[in-house]
Design a protein. Structure first.
Length: 326
């Protein structure tokens, strides 16, 4: 094969690959479609929980932290459900004993929509915990200095500053830069969600988690979205049991959990400098089902709930019913 033929062949293959990628994106983003497993790769699968596939960090972990931070059971549930709805648009949690499961609808925060980078790939100022990892910066806007201003994935921070700070100002109703009217989260009726509410704090703590979740990609590639390589930018980063957030990326996940705790305590007007031991225990579990089960059991133990148990494979390979933690 001549050099010219080789070049032609490469161009054909590149065009074919690009075409397939665009086709897949079109299928995922067609009318009424929001990519769930493919786009978010959440670790809490339907097989584990019976719910829509979601993130154990955003839902199961957050609602336990909210309880420990001083919110009541219903507020904690609403915060956790709202946090997951930031990803899915609408999310329904576990059914409570004697009452219906909580459902929250949040619009205008879809990861693939115009505000996706604001709520899912936000950058932080030095008011947040710095990750104990090589290359980590206190102010994550620094990863994008000199970036291409014409590309939303690589552009530097604007004069409004880090996106996460803007979301905090809105959620806590603080002075300073906030999301614009077109960027505000909206409820099922299309009305802006009000700050200083459980739903608002759920949105904010989701964005905290994502800010750290995607930081390794920012360090490695100065990039604010998902792409196949480097692996830290791949969607599998969120769930891979060997190379993912709960293993090699644990420093990022730990800092995220600590900051979620601090935000919840700040919302209650309390000190958030001492994260509960639950965070350490939760993050130490590398198996997704066992991690979910531990968080659900902890929530049930703290609230007296008995209506939902998680079943995970036992030593014999059979499913063992979840028990409440005493």
């Amino acid at each position: 094969m001549t050099h010219k033929q080789i070049q032609t062949d490469r161009r054909i293959r590149s065009a074919f690959t690009a075409g397939v990628a665009l086709l897949l994106i079109g299928v995922l983003l067609g009318p009424g479609r929001v990519p769930v497993a493919q786009g978010y790769n959440a670790d809490a699968t339907t097989a584990i929980t019976g719910l829509t596939q979601h993130s154990s960090f955003h839902y199961e972990m957050v609602r336990v932290l909210a309880l420990l931070a001083g919110f009541d059971k219903n507020e904690a549930e609403e915060i956790g459900v709202a946090g997951e709805a930031v990803d899915l648009g609408q999310f329904t949690g576990y059914k409570f004993l004697g009452s219906k499961a909580k459902t929250v609808t949040i619009r205008n925060t879809n990861r693939f929509g115009p505000n996706g980078r604001l709520y899912h790939f936000g950058r932080r100022s030095s008011q947040y915990e710095k990750v104990d990892a090589d290359g980590a910066r206190s102010n994550t806007c620094e990863y994008f200095k000199g970036g291409d201003r014409t590309s939303p994935n690589t552009a530097p921070c604007t004069v409004k500053g880090p996106e996460l700070d803007q979301i905090k100002n809105w959620a806590f109703d603080l002075p300073g830069p906030k999301p614009t009217a077109n960027e505000l989260p909206r409820d099922a009726s299309g009305k802006p969600i009000q700050p200083k509410t459980p739903v608002a704090i759920g949105i904010y703590v989701h964005s905290i988690g994502d800010s750290y979740s995607h930081e390794k990609c920012m360090i490695d590639a100065a990039f604010r979205f998902h792409k196949p390589i480097p692996f830290s930018c791949n969607t599998q980063w969120h769930t891979d049991p060997v190379r993912g957030e709960f293993t090699v990326g644990i420093a990022f996940t730990k800092a995220a959990a600590n900051e979620v705790w601090r935000a919840l305590r700040q919302f209650k007007g309390a000190d958030g400098s001492n994260p509960p031991n639950f965070i350490k225990e939760f993050l130490a579990i590398k198996d997704a089902c066992t991690r979910v089960k531990f968080a659900v059991d902890t929530f049930n133990s703290l609230t007296g709930e008995t209506s939902k148990g998680i079943r995970c494979p036992g030593p014999s390979g059979t499913l063992g019913k979840s028990r409440r933690r005493g």
